[in-house]
Design a protein around this ligand. Structure first.
Ligand SMILES: Nc1ncnc2c1ncn2[C@@H]1O[C@H](COP(=O)(O)OP(=O)(O)OP(=O)(O)O)[C@@H](O)[C@H]1O
Length: 771
């Protein structure tokens, strides 16, 4: 038993509510209860996932077994001990060794950060008996249908049946007992569309609670193939549910194994082996995978699979301990290899896994990432020799692996990783060429089957179906102005803006802040807590619906934030796969979304290459022959030049304010650094002298430095004046055509104007971008 990670608060509350109801009825009838004081209880500390340790005001959890909470009529509570095994958790102050923190988002696994999700027992390795597994599934499905039928007949009587063993229930920080009264139980949705995938009743319940009424295409195609024991290479667009395409079969395997072995004793618990190793290229993705599969487990009755997150940031010893009792290991290659190679007996354990999952495979198997993946694969494969250190047993090395290899991504082709800029020529291959992708994978991975099943549910395009792609062309020096214009065109859109550099993220964030837009920044140089805060503020359901997150490609893969309507590429991405993944942050799970490239003249070549790579198939189809592929243009968005020119004055002011602020920061940082260096050397620091010796303001590059210096010297009162002027501009709606003449000519719907309809930023009719 132990805590559930990242549980849906609503479901948690509903479950807590259920438990509370059960407690109430128990309390009235039970005579095996004994009233006890809160301090008399045998509280046990629960290991916290790092994400939660970062939550402000949430310090830790303790749990207790065999106790029910009885609510009294005066609103107070007391506790009753009984022979069952319920668990209750409370908030406790931080302890000294609570200091480990999650490292936040990064492109690379620097093996420095991490958390861990813990759940309850499983068992030791058992080989699959597919036939009996199928028979069992059929029986379970039959039972499930009968169960659903009787549920329809007597919905109310059915409620207690779904209650999970109380051992896995945690109450989230800030949730008062009074709050439990107000929350109604959530009954889930009809999941009959999953029939035929041969799933357990537990998984049906979980899917129903998660409100996943039907499988996505990749889930429908992959789950049966994986359950049948095949190696699978799965390709599906971003946001199409690939995580559960492999997550569900892993949990099914866990349930099957547990069904055969029953609950484990503490001793066998210690000796158990994980069933799956899931490798992810980034810490952020690993966390998300753990969270998503953790939700499936949390919603699945009596399912206590433990997930160990091995991504750095926690002590190696602690992770080794977590690995010892894990059912599912999710990690980044660097830290996983570090732990496996330095642990004792861990490689042997991992050699027994049933599933190796390589998520975002194109990235993981690309240069620069592959070394550690290769080390892990070699170590896992050596297992066939019985002992990885024993090189004499070569015969056994030939033995076929029992392990299934599952490989998933939205993009597989190597060409996608080529730089779009520069002279390197694209080979001309269609990036969706399955044969080339498969050959590449077969070279890198040791599949158990000669031919793994290649499941490509988006052969035409790897872009999400609901995604519209547009391009806004503008002068190189006016990108900021066009970005601002696009943002104003789409006021109530949650927007993710991608740039190619950290300094651009900083500058654009400040610029948009000056323009009073709700904007947050995300890049890998930010402190971990600030990164988390940005994500949380941007993604919170209560956040401003016009929230903007400005990010580097650190957010390109994996971020699954509900409600992102628009992705803007302020800089054209360096590679086509980055474009696919950046754009994939919107239009997820069947939703619609927009991806807009802001393109300066010097970026046109890169965009043309990009369009050619991304839409090669479509272009060929449009040609209707095998002839040379036409480039399919992205839809060109025509922004009204009047709008742009009327926004120019406020943008000019915002830029002056931002440039001054940044220049001041830069000078301060430089000054502080020099002052500290001078201190260390025991000399006096004189900034003017330093400027002269450095030749500031003269020669090559001097222009920029001079501008910086001038900007940094904008006085406080000048800044205040600029701010006041900008404030005045921002307080007025931009007039794009309301004049006396227009009004009298009846061209304006005055009533609509007075009702505040249309785009709030503009006064007058704004032609939408038809996009
Ligand atoms: N069957 C389903 N029905 C509805 N929503 C689903 C279903 N399966 C998964 N989802 C939701 O779809 C979203 C995207 O899922 P997931 O993150 O697995 O996508 P992905 O294909 O791995 O995307 P990416 O390639 O960007 O990493 C998640 O929010 C998930 O909760």
């Amino acid at each position: 038993m132990g805590q559930k990670r990242a549980r849906d608060p609503k479901a948690q509350v509903a479950e807590a509510n259920k438990r509370k109801k059960a407690v109430k009825s128990d309390a009235s009838s039970s005579d095996n209860h004994v009233s006890v004081g809160v301090e008399d209880l045998n509280w046990k500390e629960v290991a916290m996932p790092d994400r939660m340790e970062d939550a402000e005001g949430f310090f830790g959890l303790e749990e207790i077994e065999g106790v029910d909470i009885i609510k009294q009529s005066d609103g107070g509570v007391h506790f009753k001990a009984k022979s069952g095994k319920p668990t209750q958790s409370i908030i406790k102050p931080p302890s000294e060794d609570d200091g480990e923190e999650w490292g936040g988002f990064s492109d690379e696994d620097s093996s420095k950060k991490s958390p861990a999700t813990e759940k309850t027992p499983a068992a030791t390795e058992v080989k699959e008996d597919k036939k009996s597994k199928k028979d069992k599934k059929k029986e379970q499905n039959k039972a499930k249908k009968e169960e659903q039928k009787s549920k329809e007949q007597k919905p109310k009587e059915q409620k207690p049946k779904e209650s999970k063993p109380a051992q896995n229930k945690n109450i989230k920080a800030g949730l008062s007992f009074a709050a439990l009264d107000d929350v109604e139980e959530d009954d889930g949705v009809d999941v009959s569309a999953w029939d035929g995938l041969n799933l357990s009743p537990e998984t049906f319940t979980a899917l129903s609670k998660m409100k996943f009424s039907s499988p996505s295409a990749i889930q429908k195609a992959s789950i049966p193939a994986i359950l049948d024991g095949h190696d699978v290479v799965g390709k599906a667009s971003t946001g199409s549910g690939k995580t559960l395409a492999f997550g569900i079969p892993i949990i099914e395997h866990y349930l099957d194994k547990r069904g055969k072995q029953g609950e484990q004793s503490d001793e066998s618990e210690k000796n158990k082996t994980p069933i799956a190793l899931i490798l992810s290229p980034t810490r952020e993705l690993a966390h998300q995978l753990g969270k998503h599969i953790g939700e499936l487990i949390a919603n699945s009755p009596d399912t206590n699979a433990r997930i160990a997150l091995i991504t750095g940031g926690m002590s190696i010893q602690k992770q080794q301990r977590q690995l010892a009792t894990a059912d599912i290991v999710v990690g980044t290659p660097g830290r996983v290899w570090e732990i496996l190679s330095t642990g004792t007996g861990l490689i042997r354990k991992m050699q027994k896994i049933q599933f190796l999952v390589v998520d975002e495979a194109d990235r993981l198997l690309s240069e620069g990432h592959f070394k550690e993946v290769e080390d892990i694969l070699n170590a896992l494969d050596k297992h066939q020799a019985g002992d990885i250190a024993d090189a004499d047993q070569e015969e056994e090395e030939e033995a076929p692996s029992h392990r299934q290899t599952l490989v998933f991504s939205a993009t597989f082709h190597k060409d996608l990783q080529q730089k779009l800029a520069g002279k390197s020529r694209w080979s001309g291959d269609d990036m969706l060429d399955n044969k080339a992708s498969m050959e590449y994978l077969l070279k890198k991975l040791n599949f158990r089957e000669e031919k793994p099943k290649f499941i490509d549910v988006n052969p035409e395009s790897q872009m999400a179906i609901g995604l519209k792609e547009g391009i806004v062309e503008c002068p190189a020096m006016e990108k900021d102005l066009y970005l601002y214009s696009v943002l104003l065109y789409y006021p109530k859109n949650r927007t993710l803006v991608f740039t190619n550099s950290i300094s651009a993220v900083r500058r654009i964030t400040q610029l948009l802040q000056a323009l009073q837009l709700p904007v947050f920044a995300l890049h890998s140089n930010m402190a971990q807590k600030a990164r988390l805060r940005s994500i949380e503020r941007f993604s919170s359901p209560t956040a401003n619906p016009s929230s903007i997150l400005v990010a580097t490609d650190v957010a390109a893969r994996g971020l699954d934030i509900k409600g992102i309507n628009c992705v803007i590429h302020y800089h054209v991405p360096r590679t086509a796969d980055a474009y696919v993944h950046r754009s994939g942050r919107t239009a997820r799970a069947g939703e619609s979304g927009k991806s807009i490239l802001i393109c300066a003249p010097d970026e046109v070549v890169g965009v043309a290459r990009l369009a050619g790579k991304i839409h090669a198939k479509k272009a060929k189809k449009a040609d209707g022959a095998d002839g040379p592929s036409k480039k399919v243009p992205l839809e060109s968005l025509d922004i009204d030049r009047r709008v742009v020119s009327r926004l120019r004055p406020r943008m000019a002011l915002a830029k002056r304010i931002t440039d001054s602020t940044i220049a001041k920061e830069k000078v301060n940082t430089e000054d502080n650094w020099l002052r500290a260096a001078a201190d260390d050397l025991g000399v006096e620091y004189d900034s003017d002298e330093f400027d002269q010796s450095k030749g500031r303001g003269r020669g090559r590059g001097g222009g920029r430095e001079r501008r910086d210096k001038e900007a940094s010297e904008t006085s406080k009162s000048e800044m205040a004046g600029l701010r006041a002027e900008l404030k005045q501009h921002l307080a007025q709606r931009v007039n794009i055509g309301v004049s006396e003449k227009y009004l009298t000519a009846g061209r304006i719907d005055i009533d609509a104007l007075l009702r505040g309809e249309g785009n709030d930023a503009f006064l007058g009719h704004l032609d939408p971008l038809s996009f």
